[in-house]
Design a protein around this ligand. Sequence first.
Ligand code: GLN
Length: 308
Amino acid sequence: MESPVENYLHDLHAEIVQNRNGTVYTPGGAPSSADPDCFGICLATADGHVYEVGDTRTEFTLQSISKVFSYALALSDLGFDAVDAKVDVEPSGDPFNEISLAAGTGRPDNAMINAGALAVTSLIKGSGGKSAIKRIVRVLSDCAGRELSVNEPIFEAERRHSDRNHALAYLLRSFDIIEDDPTAVLENYLRHCSVRVTCRDLAIMAATLANGGTNPVTGVTALDLAPVERVLSVMMTSGMYDDAGAWLTSVGMPAKSGVGGGTLAVLPGQIGVAVFSPRLDAHGNSVRGVATSQRLSRELELHFVRAA
Ligand code: GLN
């Protein structure tokens, strides 16, 4: 017996599944997802109720959505001032892989574009016998409420075709934004991009952010409140790259997309929204992810600007 929320999600899913526009991300020619037609929608409330429809248990890679969590971890480890000295909090309005570094200093505009995310990843060090990547995967797993791992074949494919990110990492070191070996930083970055999740995981991760850093299903505190607030603010202006303005207008929730087909959106204090569908638009955002989020925002009144 389905709940009214699940009935509603079923109808929405049946409608939007008809949309077959967009192209699947293929790092190095290998499809990032087995089935381009997969489509899942999952909502998780800040008090731990989960509603799901469609392909919510199919795994795909987090890709750029992982930037949200590495940024939060760096902010927790180093404090705001040290991270801000390396990465700004300004929307770039640029595509995700743009070489957009401030003239003179080389400081990336924000942590949601690749340049900023590479800088952030370089700030995360090993600690307590755990490598930096293990610590990042730990935070991701605590947010999802289950043990996550790296999809090694996707990581290898990304690594073999990372000339642009490689160039970015070296450029960042030339400005002393990155101080470690750029190749090692790049590999850590690509590893956290290659962590596999399901749409259900993504919704619980979003609900953890909505709940101020404590996973509402497991009760585990994955992140502190202050970094979560900061990360949500930057997601608001920069999470959807050069589509951020249109997203903010039509959906009105801090969000982050990944080229693996995931979209994560958060209404703080209320709900986490996740959509999985691999076909992407020209910005690298999921076509159905954007369409579904627009409908959910309108029909469930999730836009953060609401007339009383
Ligand atoms: N692995 C991808 C890259 O760095 C992630 C990009 C994304 O999801 N937008 O190019």
